[in-house]
Design a protein around this ligand. Sequence first.
Ligand code: FAD
Ligand code: DLZ
Length: 520
Amino acid sequence: EKMTTLKNSYSTIALVLSDQLDHAISSLKCVDPATDLVVMMEVYEEATYVKHHPKKIAFLFSAMRHFANELVQKGFTVLYYKLDCKKNHQSLTKNIEALTQKYEPERLFITEPGEYRVLEFLKKWQKELSCEVYILPDDRFFCDHETFENWVTGKKSLVMEHFYRMMRKDTGYLMESDGKPTGGNWNYDQDNRNKYDGKTEIIGPKTFQPDAITLEVIALVEKEFNSHFGSTTPFWFGVTAKEARLSLNHFIKHSLPHFGTYQDAMVENEHFLFHSVLSQYINCGLLSPRLVCEEVIKAYKNNHAPINAVEGFIRQIIGWREYIRGLYWHLMPEYTNMNHLKAKRPLPKMYWTGETDMKCMRHVIQQTKEEAHSHHIQRLMITGNFALLAGILPEEVCDWYLAVYADAFEWVELPNTLSMALFADGGILATKPYAASGNYINKMSNFCKGCPYNVKKRLGEDACPFNYLYWNFLEENKKLLESNQRLRFAYANLKKIPADELKAIKKQSEEFLSSNTILD
Ligand code: FAD
Ligand code: DLZ
């Protein structure tokens, strides 16, 4: 689809991918609006290699279309392939092959992608296309590949906290002039584990009405991807940088002050609590992580938000987010095959249907279906924890997480799922598995109230499955995990369970995991 009149040939072309929607992206710096061509493509291949959530596809396509319009307004010439345009070959490679034949460019610029799979085919382009293909660094990140590799070199363990402190020093965020951390501590995690008090007003993220472009995209997505898990409505995401910025302001004003305190809390029918819900904007380029950090720190300096909230938030962005990205590129491509605990069960059907009597699982899966979003503790300690305890194949769990969340791109999804949730890397990211029984869920949420399963019981028909699965998990993985110092209390408690009760726990776990509730 032409967005402006095209010439017969272009010496320079830049390709902008759907997660690179930033006017300052490195590829765009290499094109001259007066003479060069920018290309963007909606393609089936990218939308279906895992069956992405329809809301995620609609969000990305609408954001791409808005971004392309902005480029045209700035004077760029843009060749934009809508999904349903006739000349679309539905694959980035096939379209680029056709394009380079037609326009005979001398050079093609692309900012490095967020997936190893895509990088692999870009490298093939470098060999096979008739033009020079330049893959440029993605300087939206604070930590480049070289800095991360230097940090890794010679280390026995890659503890996030150590990386985070380096990033605090590098960025100067929340640092005093004497080199000490603001507030006196590096980390206020112990203040960030409260159950929701039921009183603090929850405002939630800023919502937007879909405009004509988004409505057109939603209609297209509903027609083309109706077999995918999830719904396009309600659609309230922003789709431009301006809207993403308004969402940031809204978060700072209403939720940031409580972000730290309730960071780990979960509440039935509350989808977002005090989380920012900015990840989809940051990851696709609509919102700069630097701007996010600077605005959040400004709120601290203006006494609008306390240190536990601000430090907790900054840690997510310059700590976790950057560390996760570094690990991904450090460990690929072998990473995807890791399965330390030898988990082998297929992904239960309930992950696609949301049909289960376990209230917490039902809530998180149904929310995911509706919103293409759930917050961190829901992802980690409900759906992730269940997959860990039930020994679900990492590959299938990872594909689910990659498909169902609007913020999911492999560089960020894989380490979070495979390493953090499933311990499939054997402890590179986490020092112990985030395995928890129903007790944790009951402590941090109100899901257990009114659940047909009894969170206080570990055996019997109405016992909470998280309970017997937890002990069964420890027992099943004894050889691999018993020597882990951080699990010594858990294993000491396992030892206290009488042999006949442990036998019954194993039996009930086996029956539950092979039952129709799980598999059908
Ligand atoms: P907030 O809680 O408001 O946090 C602020 C920001 O910090 C986020 O927007 C995000 O940019 C960053 N952040 C926080 N935690 C992490 C983290 N662990 N890794 C990377 N960035 C982080 N995040 C994704 O962006 N994409 C994913 O595909 C993704 N998959 C996940 C899968 C699992 C199994 C788990 C446990 C976590 C996953 N996360 C992922 C991390 C985290 O859950 C989301 O970043 C967060 O829920 C997004 O919501 P928010 O914007 O409200 O975050
Ligand atoms: C996730 C996704 C989807 C659904 N669709 C497209 C698309 O049509 N065009 C595109 O350029 N990118 C898409 N993506 C993102 C890619 O799958 C991939 O994650 C990024 O290109 C990595 O940088």
